[in-house]
Design a protein around this ligand. Structure first.
Ligand code: NAD
Length: 333
């Protein structure tokens, strides 16, 4: 009846971006094969605190694992030196319901979010990428950057814009230190999008961030920031003219990038090319030509968290040294 307590520092011993991309790609493949059970996310809004809490559960019979993540998003937190997003993951043995592990979910969330962007780029972006743009330079942007360099290692230049200049500077420092890439801090969003072959948006915006005219033909856009009702980073017109790939219709139409245009009646299911799992499994095609603009709408799904957490759990438990350093408690004591 022991439950392992797994902290961020334990997770960081075994989880790198390449492994996380593999785990997230596997999770999308299983979902595309209809081998995942996942109810829609539940949202609780803390209106007077400008925050919310989501409960996200998934069961993966092939791995005999289930779990749930409680995740909070408070966009005003950085001003109080706290992260916007915090999360905790509970892994459950589906055979008997026993809690196997309580894990930090904040680090896994940002890793799997970046990794989902990486999987989308792997399948949807053009092969030759020189310049990647980032709108928003927070926690998700950093993991997206790591994922971009795993799947497109020949990126030469990074452009970044954040409304808080200090965040853009921290991102620049991280990028130079880890990748030695040329980094341009832009004075406005349009310059961060122009002449990029990949654009990553990861802000808590509630209105389109840029004019579609600044997007070059052939660009792939990872729209990551919209993950709750009313959030939006891209205009309907760019969604309509792009090859639009979502992570899941039920989630994305409710809370992802497409949620606002779907509710306004500006976009319908017919405008969606595919879910990412359908592309990973080869059931549907993504990009048709080099000049297509492709968009991946990531609402963020529980199976990404649970498959990643399950990989991490196994890597720690299977290694005697790592296992010896973990805490364990009997919650029923
Ligand atoms: N799709 C997913 O799976 C997923 C997962 C995690 C987080 N998210 C969402 O992604 C967003 C970012 O999360 P985070 O953890 O990186 O937050 P963060 O606060 O660490 O970073 C967000 C950054 O965006 C900047 N920003 C805000 N509005 C902007 C604007 N209009 N233009 C340019 N920059 C702007 C902020 O200054 C901040 O630096 C949130 O909305 C969060 O809910 C989505």
């Amino acid at each position: 009846m022991d439950t392992w307590i797994i902290k961020k520092s334990d997770i960081a011993k075994v989880l790198n971006m390449q492994l996380c991309i593999d785990a997230v790609e596997t999770s999308f493949r299983l979902y595309g094969q209809k081998k995942v059970l996942m109810p829609v996310k539940g949202y609780l809004y803390f209106e007077s605190y400008n925050g919310d809490m989501r409960s996200m559960s998934a069961y993966i019979p092939d791995f005999s694992i289930a779990g749930t993540k409680a995740s909070t998003v408070h966009p005003d937190n950085p001003a109080r030196q706290m992260p916007t997003l915090t999360a905790t993951i509970l892994l459950i043995d589906p055979a008997n319901g026993i809690p196997l592990a309580i894990m930090d979910g904040t680090y896994i969330t940002s890793m799997r979010t970046g990794a989902a962007g990486g999987v989308a780029v792997k399948y949807l972006a053009n092969e030759h990428i020189e310049t990647a743009g980032f709108i928003g330079a927070g926690a998700q942007a950093r993991s997206l950057l790591d994922a971009m360099f795993v799947v497109r290692p020949r990126i030469r230049k990074i452009k970044v814009y954040d409304i808080r200049e200090n965040r853009a500077r921290t991102f620049e420092e991280y990028c130079r230190k880890n990748y030695g890439a040329e980094v341009e801090l832009e004075a406005n969003i349009s310059d961060a999008v122009r002449n990029c072959q990949i654009v990553n948006t990861s802000t808590a915006s509630r209105q389109p961030l840029f004019d579609p005219a600044v997007v070059s033909p052939g660009t792939h856009i990872n729209a990551i920031g919209a993950d709750a009702e009313g959030k939006q980073e891209l205009s309907s017109s760019i969604l309509k003219k792009s090859v639009l790939v979502i992570d899941d219709w039920a989630e994305a139409s409710h809370t992802g990038e497409i949620n606002v245009p779907v509710h306004m009646g500006e976009l319908t299911r017919n405008d969606i090319q595919a879910e990412l799992g359908e592309i990973v499994t080869g059931q549907k095609e993504g990009r048709q030509s080099e000049s297509d603009i492709t968009v991946f709408d990531s609402a963020g799904l529980a199976f990404q968290d649970i498959v990643t957490a399950w990989r991490v759990y196994n890597m720690l438990i299977d290694n005697d040294d790592f296992k010896a350093q973990l805490l364990k408690i009997n919650l029923a004591e």
